[in-house]
Structure formats: structure tokens, C-alpha cells
Design a binder for this molecule. Structure first.
Ligand code: HEM
Length: 205
């Protein structure tokens, strides 16, 4: 019980910090972060810039809303809050995930990195849509299972930023580290989600 609380607290802290990681992109007057690796032509593209910013803002909202929903106490206290926050999460995922699909083909490092992010995006959008569908039909265990996968995908934004400094320390090369993190940021998360869901289904029987 205490371990569960500590893990939930860590998830909440990391998610709440990383949710704001995109703010510098709105303040900077010249390309920063990942945008330093983009061509002048792409940086001048309005659709790309809109997609990039929508992805960051709504991704941050999804990260902030998601962890709250796993609190049994909040669900028991007020189901209307759970529904309202859940709806905001679903809309945020829809916007950030769709925008993510638009910007992923231009990912730094080329095809395999783009494929890693696009696969993650499809898992994020797909499991969130299924979770919503199950919630509407009151299939609660199936809803919880899909939301576990959805937030594990969303949490890839956090684990990416935890893995990146470790990979940079090991390889001392941004291109290598980034090509690994495009997959490593989310595959272990999905595996952890799989075991959490198995426990959930076992308990439900
Ligand atoms: C879970 C599914 C997600 C996918 C598939 C995804 C995908 C991407 C892609 C493809 C890029 C551009 C990378 C490049 O051009 O090389 C990107 C950048 C970015 N994303 Fe996401 N993202 C996801 C979730 C999130 C969330 C939840 C946030 C919340 C803060 C977020 C924040 C950012 C930021 C700030 C950047 C700019 C790059 C940086 O400075 O690290 N993303 N994302």
C-alpha cells in the first residue's frame, strides 16, 4: 500500500514537472531545443509550427490531468470530477496526438525515429479512444485497462526525458541517444502497463 502511494506520488511529481517543459518554446526568439535541428524551410512552415505548439500545450494538459484519475479516493469522492477531468484528458490526447502525428514525420534523425514516435502516437490515440468507448458503455475493467495503456503512452514524454541524459552519458552522441530513445521512451512503459492490467483483470475476476 505504502509502495503504491510512493509510486503514485513519483508519477504525479514527474508528470506535473514535465507538463511545463514546452514553455520555453513560446518565449524563445530563436530556435531552441529540438527545433535547432530543423531546416529553415520547416521552421517557416505555419502548419508545422501550429502542430508543434498544439502538441506541446495539449500534451502538457493530458500529462497534468492523467495521473489524478488513478486515485481511487478521488473516484470514490466525486465521480463527476472523474468524468470531467477524464473528458479534458481525452480531448487533450485527441489534439496533442493528432498534432503529434503531423509533426512526427519530421522527427530529428529520420525514418526510424519518426516510426518510433508515430507508433507511440497510434497507441496513445487508439487506447484513449477505446477507453472512452468502454467508459460510455460502463465496461469499467476494460476502461481502466485501456486508460492504463493510454497513460503509459502519455508518460513516454516523461521517461524520454529521464532516459535521454542516461543515454547521453553512455554514448556521448545526441543522434545515437535520440534514435534509441524514440523507442526506449515508451516500450518499457507499455510492458509495465501490461502487467498492471493483468493484475487488474485478475482482481476483477
Ligand atoms: C505520448 C505520445 C507522444 C508522442 C508520440 C510525441 C511525439 C513527439 C514528436 C514526434 C516530437 C517532435 C520530435 C522531433 O521533431 O524530433 C515531439 C516533441 C515534443 N513533445 Fe511530444 N509526444 C508525445 C507526448 C507528449 C506529451 C504528453 C508532452 C507533454 C509535455 C510532449 C511534449 C513535447 C515537447 C515539449 C516536444 C519538443 C521537443 C523537446 O523539447 O523535447 N509530448 N513529441
Amino acid at each position: 500500500m505504502i509502495i503504491k502511494r510512493i509510486l503514485w506520488g513519483m508519477m504525479a511529481t514527474f508528470a506535473s514537472l514535465i507538463a511545463f517543459v514546452g514553455i520555453p518554446y513560446f518565449i524563445a526568439t530563436k530556435p531552441i531545443g529540438i527545433l535547432r535541428y530543423k531546416s529553415a524551410e520547416l521552421l517557416a512552415n505555419t502548419a508545422y509550427n501550429l502542430g508543434f505548439k498544439a502538441h506541446i500545450v495539449f500534451g502538457g494538459i493530458a500529462l497534468l490531468m492523467g495521473w489524478v484519475q488513478f486515485s481511487k479516493r478521488l473516484r470514490a469522492w466525486n465521480l463527476l470530477w472523474h468524468r470531467t477531468i477524464g473528458t479534458i484528458y481525452v480531448v487533450a490526447v485527441l489534439v496533442s496526438g493528432s498534432a503529434g502525428l503531423g509533426i512526427a514525420p519530421f522527427a530529428t534523425g529520420g525514418f526510424w525515429n519518426a516510426l518510433g514516435f508515430m507508433t507511440l502516437d497510434c497507441i496513445w490515440l487508439g487506447t484513449t479512444a477505446m477507453a472512452y468507448f468502454y467508459a460510455r458503455r460502463h465496461y469499467i475493467t476494460a476502461h481502466q485497462a485501456m486508460m492504463t495503456y493510454s497513460y503509459a503512452a502519455c508518460f513516454g514524454a516523461v521517461t524520454l526525458r529521464l532516459w535521454m541524459p542516461i543515454l547521453m552519458m553512455v554514448f556521448r552522441d545526441f543522434a545515437i541517444a535520440y534514435s534509441i530513445v524514440a523507442w526506449l521512451s515508451w516500450i518499457p512503459n507499455v510492458i509495465v502497463a501490461y502487467f498492471l492490467v493483468r493484475r487488474l483483470e485478475f482482481k476483477g475476476k
